[in-house]
Write a protein that binds this ligand. Structure first.
Ligand code: CMC
Length: 430
């Protein structure tokens, strides 16, 4: 980090110099770690609007330019030229694999795809209609109880094994959540298939019939996974980092990330977006919903619109729109009702002064629900697929944090607005 410059903050007429650091690209940061010691004051930034919480070399976003880079590579090139496991390798290790490394990595992941048979019993503790994310929070957290052999987080080798286990087992766990909901038998993984084809086999295959994954649809789902693999210090990744900063084990940390992702402002938006499209139902009602989204007294928001960082366009949304066309064409669904509705809604919102002035554009989740629905994935599972993909980013970010010699337990402070010290009155005087 370059520390040539400093910023001066004046508090009650007294100047405090704070170092400025430059990263490789992107905004510089002011190091305020000494601020409390020097002034007795904290910074106040709820929602982390202006706070860089860590150093990271994994993912870079330029929200104004609509740029997303994994380890320096543009998302568009990765989505068109790589498969999900290549991207996972890149995110974890920093470089794209050569053919030998790719083969070896695929093999390693394949060798961990099964879950412990005992873990399958956990599912029967859930109601059949349990939300898959509820099941996943529990089951992924429960993995901690199975892998005592590699739980030393200070050992890089142990961290690698945990990363491989998580990446390999998440598709199995998500597919099992679906099968449990559907009342169908769990399907064991097939290691002769690619990562994504195997996931589709575990989702859509049954013991009665051989399932042949359609390569166009496998490619579409693979792209969804690539686009969701990492996204810098978003809410769930920050949750994983914060949980991990206490030394918690990786399975517990990823489970906390899944819990955070579930919210409708984050990963739950794909499910919420599709439900919203269903609710709108017809192009003739778009105006009514746009009006509601603009009404300050109405809590309704256009799901799949807006982003904390992207203020021009979300590059993932463009790719997802393209994938949407490919999938609907392949399945002969060009006249899909919800797709037409989504296109109309997007057009009307993009021309509306409210959305233009607030720089609200469709995000990745606007079209991903339509693609997933066309693939036959039930709406309730959408966020589970997001979690499956984001596990790669979470575990890479967790690993990066643990390896950082400057890493400390995350411990924010507060601006206290409650009662000052007071005495407990006797019961008769309350
Ligand atoms: N519909 C209507 N108005 C909106 C929307 C929306 N989707 N998003 C933001 N606004 C308004 C918001 O009311 C606020 O207005 P004002 O300035 O008058 O108070 C202004 O735009 C700024 O919004 P904000 O909520 O302060 O911005 P934020 O950065 O805190 O929130 C967001 C970002 C993504 C949570 C929000 O845009 C949102 O809730 N969008 C819908 C949910 C969604 O699609 N989430 C998926 C995000 S992408 C996938 C992921 O990374 O998980």
């Amino acid at each position: 980090m370059n520390t040539q410059r400093s910023a001066t903050l004046t508090v009650d007429g007294k100047g405090v110099d704070l170092p400025i650091y430059s990263g490789a690209i992107g905004p510089e940061v002011i190091d305020i770690r000494q601020l409390y010691a020097k002034t007795g004051m904290f910074t106040f930034d709820p929602g982390f609007m202006s706070t860089a919480a860590c150093k990271s070399s994994i993912t870079y976003i330029d929200g104004d330019a609509g740029v997303l880079l994994y380890r320096g590579y543009p998302i568009e090139q990765l989505a068109h030229q790589c498969d999900f496991l290549e991207v996972a390798y890149l995110i974890l290790k920093g470089e794209l694999p050569n053919p030998e490394q790719k083969k070896e990595f695929d093999k390693i992941i394949q060798s961990h795809t099964m879950v412990h048979e005992q873990l399958t019993r956990f599912y029967s503790g859930f109601r059949r209609d349990a939300h898959p994310m509820a099941v996943m929070v529990g089951v992924v957290g429960a993995l901690s109880a199975f892998y005592h052999d590699a739980m030393d987080i200070s050992d890089q080798y142990h961290r690698d094994i945990s990363a491989h286990r998580l990446i390999a087992k998440l598709p199995t766990i998500v597919a099992m959540a679906y099968k449990y909901n559907a009342g169908q038998p769990f399907m064991y993984p097939r290691n002769d298939l690619s990562y994504t084809a195997n996931f589709m086999h575990m989702m859509f295959g049954t013991p009665c019939e051989k399932y042949e994954p359609n390569p166009v649809l496998v490619r579409a789902l693979d792209r969804i996974l690539i686009l969701h693999a990492d996204h810098e210090q978003n809410a769930s990744t920050s949750t994983v980092r914060l949980a991990g900063s206490s030394g918690a084990n990786p399975f517990a940390c990823i489970s906390s990330g899944i819990a955070c992702l579930w919210g409708p402002a984050h990963g739950g938006a794909n499910e919420a977006c599709l439900n919203m499209l269903e609710e709108i139902g017809d192009v003739s009602r778009v105006g009514e919903y746009i009006k509601r989204a603009k009404d300050k007294n109405d809590s309704f928001k256009l799901m799949g619109f807006g982003h904390r960082v992207y203020k021009n366009f979300d590059p993932r949304a463009k790719l997802m729109r393209e994938t949407c066309h490919e999938v609907l064409n392949e399945l002969g669904l060009h006249d899909d009702r919800l797709f037409k509705l989504a296109v109309a809604l997007e057009k009307i919102a993009l021309e509306d002064e409210y959305f233009v002035s607030k720089k609200l554009y469709p995000n990745v989740d606007f079209y991903s629900g339509i693609v997933q629905r066309a693939l036959g994935i039930p709406v309730k599972l959408f966020t589970g697929i997001f979690a499956l993909a984001r596990t790669v980013g979470w575990i890479a970010q967790w690993n990066e944090m643990i390896s950082d010699p400057e890493q400390k337990i995350g411990r924010p402070r507060q601006l206290f607005t409650g009662a000052e010290k007071r005495e407990v009155p006797p019961m008769s005087k309350r």
